[in-house]
Design a protein around this ligand. Structure first.
Ligand code: NDP
Length: 393
C-alpha cells in the first residue's frame, strides 16, 4: 500500500488532495503517515480520522489541546509546533503533498526529497526560495518532483516525451486576477476584500491576493525556471481571462503544445497522485463549442510590476529568490492587516531587494536550508523596516 503524507492538509490544495484520496479508496488504498495543518485542529482531526493517519500535527501549538481531545482514543498521535512538523516530515513516505502556504513549506519539501519519495509540489515558494538546493537534493536521493501548480503541471504534461533542448518558449497563463479590468489609477484604493475574490479559481486568500497583484505569476516564472531549467528569456506570461489554457510549450519546429482543462486544482493534484497513469478525475469536462472563444493578451507592465521584479530576481540569482519571497510575504501580511496599500507591495519588495542585495553573500547560491531560512528572516526584518520608513506603518 502506498504511504502518503499531506503537509497543509487543511488548506485549499490540501482539501482537494484529501477529497481525491478519499475518492480513490481512502484508508483502504493509502497508508497515511502524516497530515498537518496550521491552526484548524477540528478539520485536521476529521481528516486524520477519515484517513487513519499515524500522526496529525498542528503548527500552532495553542491548537494542540483541541487536536488531542478530538483524536483521544483513536491511536493517532497528536503533536504541535514546528519541531513536531519537522519530525513528521522526517517520517518516510512514498508520496508527499507539499501544500503549506509560504516559506514554511520548504522544510517538508526538502525532507520528502531526502527520503527519495515523490514530492507533489504545490508550495511554489520551495522552488523560489531554494530551487537549486531542492533540485540537487532530488538528484542526490533519486527522488522525483511532480509539479502541482496548474501551469507547471500543464507544461510538464505538454513536455511529456519531448526533449527540453527543442523548446523555444514555455508560456504560463494568468487570469489577470481581481483587478484585471480596473483603471490602473484605482488600484491604490483596492481593499483586502476586493483583492480576495478570484474571477475563476477557488483558492486560499493569500494566493488569491497574489493573483490580483501577479506576485503569484512572478513566483511562477521563477518556479518555471527552476523546475524546467529553462532560460528566463524563454519563459513568457499571457493574460488569459478564461483560465482554461494553463500553459503552452512552443518547439523549434514552430509547433505549440498546450494544455486545457477546467480551473479545478483536482486535475493537477490528481495527475501528480496517479502519475504516470491517468485516472478518472471528478473535474468538469470542457465543451469548447459552448465556450466558443479563448482570448489572450500581454500583461500590462504598469498594472503588474511584480513580473518585471521576478525577471530582475532571476538575473541576480543566488539567494535573491528567498529575499523576494520573504519580502513579498511581509508586504502581503501588511496589506492584509490594513497597514499598507495594495500598490505599496511592489515598491516595498523592490526596496527590500535593493537593500538586501547590498549585503554580502546574497548573490551566492543557497547551499543549505539554514542559509535559506536565515536569509528569509533577514529579508522579513528589512521589509518591515522598509515599510515603517516608506509607508508610515
Ligand atoms: P491555504 O491558505 O488554503 O492553505 C495553507 C495550508 O497551510 C493550510 O493547511 C494551513 O493551515 C497551513 N499553514 C498555514 N501557515 C502555516 C505555517 N506557518 N506552518 C504550517 N502550516 C501552515 O493555501 P493554498 O492551499 O491556497 O496554497 C497552498 C500552497 O499551494 C501555496 O504555496 C500556494 O501558492 C500553492 N498553490 C495553491 C493553489 C490553489 O489553488 N489554492 C494553486 C497552485 C498552487 P490552517 O488552514 O489549518 O491554518
Amino acid at each position: 500500500m502506498r504511504k502518503i503524507s499531506v503537509f497543509g492538509a487543511t488548506g485549499s490544495v490540501g482539501e482537494s488532495t484529501f477529497d481525491l484520496l478519499m475518492r480513490q479508496g481512502g484508508p483502504e488504498a493509502f497508508r497515511t503517515v502524516a497530515l498537518t495543518g496550521g491552526r484548524n485542529a477540528k478539520r485536521l482531526a476529521e481528516q486524520a480520522l477519515a484517513l487513519r493517519a499515524e500522526i496529525a500535527v498542528i503548527a500552532d501549538e495553542a491548537a494542540l489541546p483541541q487536536l488531542r481531545e478530538a483524536l483521544a482514543g483513536s491511536g493517532i498521535v497528536a503533536a504541535g509546533g514546528s519541531a513536531a512538523l519537522a519530525e513528521a516530515a522526517d517520517r518516510p513516505a512514498d508520496w508527499v503533498m507539499s501544500s503549506i502556504v509560504g516559506a514554511a513549506g520548504l522544510v517538508p519539501s526538502l525532507a520528502a526529497l531526502r527520503h527519495g519519495g515523490t514530492l507533489a509540489l504545490a508550495n511554489k515558494e520551495s522552488l523560489v526560495t531554494a530551487g537549486p538546493l531542492l533540485m540537487q537534493t532530488a538528484r542526490n536521493h533519486g527522488a522525483r518532483i511532480l509539479p502541482v501548480d496548474s501551469e507547471h503541471s500543464a507544461a510538464f504534461q505538454s513536455l511529456r516525451g519531448e526533449k527540453i533542448e527543442t523548446v523555444e518558449t514555455v508560456t504560463i497563463t494568468a487570469s489577470g486576477g481581481a483587478f484585471r479590468d480596473w483603471p490602473v489609477e484605482r488600484l491604490a484604493t483596492a481593499t483586502v476584500a476586493e483583492a480576495s475574490v478570484h474571477p475563476n479559481w477557488d483558492m486560499g486568500q493569500r494566493i488569491t491576493i497574489d493573483s490580483a497583484s501577479m506576485f503569484n505569476k512572478a513566483l511562477e516564472i521563477i518556479e518555471t525556471r527552476e523546475f524546467f531549467g529553462i532560460a528566463p528569456e524563454r519563459i513568457e506570461v499571457l493574460v488569459h481571462p478564461e483560465s482554461l489554457v494553463h500553459a503552452l510549450v512552443a518547439f523549434r519546429d514552430g509547433c505549440m503544445i498546450g494544455h486545457l482543462g477546467a480551473p479545478d486544482m483536482r486535475h493537477a493534484i490528481g495527475y501528480a497522485l496517479n502519475w504516470p497513469e491517468r485516472a478518472h478525475l471528478p473535474v468538469a469536462r470542457l465543451n469548447l463549442a459552448e465556450i466558443g472563444r479563448l482570448t489572450f493578451a500581454s500583461p500590462d507592465p504598469a498594472r503588474y510590476p511584480a513580473l518585471r521584479i521576478a525577471r530582475e530576481v532571476m538575473a541576480a540569482g543566488g539567494l535573491t529568490g528567498a529575499v523576494f519571497n520573504a519580502a513579498k510575504e511581509a508586504a502581503l501580511d501588511a496589506f492584509i492587516a490594513g497597514h499598507i496599500r495594495f500598490t505599496d507591495m511592489a515598491p516595498v519588495v523592490e526596496e527590500t531587494l535593493a537593500r538586501m542585495m547590498a549585503m554580502e553573500g546574497i548573490g551566492k547560491p543557497a547551499t543549505s536550508l539554514d542559509i535559506v531560512l536565515q536569509t528569509d528572516r533577514a529579508a522579513r526584518r528589512v521589509a518591515n523596516e522598509t515599510m515603517t520608513e516608506m509607508c508610515k506603518v
